[in-house]
Design a binder for this molecule. Structure first.
Ligand code: GLY
Ligand code: MN
Length: 448
């Protein structure tokens, strides 16, 4: 009996430790709970149901959780759903806050491939997931039916992810449980998670900091190893090795290593070229640490020395980044004003700098060679959701990434750093430890 009891204790402990096997650094359960409560407060008395990301289509792709689902739960498994019931906004109704995580029934045959999973019957599952209640997925339609049966108006106040086929099926099936053929479309829950996700808590900032540290290490390794004759792909591979060694799970986007004319293609990621003497190389490559992204670009000379023309363009791009930093005012400045028409946007400050410094080979200003917005929010997604142009406030993390791309001269230069707006409204460069100036880059390339 005693040995049975100790075996059970070992099993419970092992299962409770399961999420740790996935090696993601989690925040305390209270952080995810606070986000669910914040979402509930914006539901206007409605009900949100979010689903895990589906399994990847291609065999070589590892599983990545849906960003909103991860933000709200820290749960990194497919096949789950989260229901959040918002407290009633109307005093005649008595609904209070409720949260339930639904887990699929275990498939013991599949677990030969995937390893052990938890379901709602697993001892310790509530503690392991940190959600108030855990139920089998089969109970989800019944729970929804119960809520809507008690208050029919709720059928018009359901919030789901717009692209989720499971959510569409659930909303349709909920109508079926009431004998109806079709249901009104649910509201888009991502419009409610977006503003919550924009302002990072201290734990998120720490995780982004770790992604940044690993990305800086990889960029430094790149600066040591770029030279004529090395392939773009070898550089991407070397950076990937550094990210993985530092505990990151993957790149936060397809690494871009573009040499020569490839440096002028914004999202060049074929990485099939070979670095040639006299080229500049744009290296826009960074990683994800425990689901949080970094996004860094540096531009380096293939042979360790910028030509006078390359240095001139480099300094203009760096000057544009500095102009944006100097123009920054928390709560007022905006980012990603694509047409740089808004005087309050950092894009306008950067564009004005580029357009008034230097000329192309035809004597024309350089503004037309900047081809993209100045930056974007960074978080669980490298391009975290926002309505752009977005006003920048304390707790937000975003990139400032001006560039000039002159294909005719085979010169593309982009410099990209991640910035946090501190509690005092001051900008903090999360990538301050990486070379910024042309001379710092050249020195890092000499440091073999
Ligand atoms: N670093 C890639 C991008 O921001 O589009
Ligand atoms: Mn970027």
């Amino acid at each position: 009996m005693n040995s049975l009891r100790s075996a059970l204790i070992v099993l419970v402990a092992a299962l409770a430790a399961l999420p740790a096997l996935y090696a993601l650094e989690k925040q305390p359960a209270s952080a995810y709970h606070a986000r669910r409560v914040a979402l509930a407060a914006s539901l206007k008395g409605g009900v949100a149901v979010l689903f895990s990301a589906p399994e990847p289509l291609l065999d070589f792709m590892p599983y990545r959780q849906d960003s909103d689902f991860y933000y709200l739960t820290g749960w990194n498994e497919p096949g789950a759903a989260l229901m959040i019931v918002g407290p009633s906004t109307n005093s005649d109704e008595k609904r209070s806050y409720q949260e339930i995580l639904f887990l699929p029934t275990r498939n013991l045959r599949m677990e030969n491939y995937t390893g052990a999973k938890m379901d709602a019957a697993t001892p310790g599952v509530v503690q392991a997931t940190g959600v108030n209640a855990v139920e089998p997925m089969a109970a989800l339609p019944a729970e929804l039916n119960k809520l809507v049966a008690a208050d029919r108006k709720l059928a018009l106040n359901l919030w789901t992810q717009p692209l989720s086929s499971q959510a569409k099926a659930l909303v349709s099936f909920n109508a079926v449980t009431f004998g109806a053929d079709s249901a009104p479309a649910a509201h888009d829950v991502t419009t409610l998670t977006m503003p919550l996700r924009q302002v990072k808590d201290a734990g998120e900032i720490e995780l982004i900091g770790k992604a940044s540290t690993a990305s800086i290490a990889a960029q430094r390794a790149m600066m040591r190893d770029v030279k004529p004759g090395v392939t773009e792909r070898a550089i991407a591979g070397e950076m990937t090795a550094v990210w993985l060694e530092q505990g990151c799970e993957r790149p936060s986007y397809a690494p871009i290593v573009g040499t020569g004319v490839n440096s002028t293609t914004l999202h060049y990621s074929a990485n099939s070229g070979t670095i040639a003497d006299g080229d500049v190389v744009v290296v826009d490559a960074a990683c994800e640490y425990s689901m949080y992204a970094s996004d860094i670009t540096r531009t380096v000379p293939a042979n360790g020395h910028f030509t006078a023309r390359q240095r001139e363009i480099y300094n203009i791009v760096l000057g544009a980044q500095q102009a944006a930093i100097q123009a920054f005012v928390a709560g007022k400045s905006t980012i990603d004003d694509y047409y740089h028409k808004d005087p309050a946007s950092l894009d306008t400050a950067a564009y004005n700098y580029i357009n008034t410094h230097g000329k192309d080979l035809h004597g024309q200003p350089l503004g037309k060679y900047w081809l993209h917005g100045l930056g974007h929010m960074v978080g669980i997604d490298v391009h975290d959701p926002a309505n752009y142009p977005a006003v920048l406030k304390p707790g937000m993390v975003f990139t400032i990434e001006p560039g000039v791309y002159i294909a005719e001269e085979k010169i593309g230069v982009r410099i990209e750093c991640d910035f946090l707006v501190g509690p005092d409204g001051k900008l903090i460069d999360l990538d301050a430890a990486l070379p910024h100036t042309a001379e710092e880059v050249e020195a890092a390339m000499r440091a073999k």
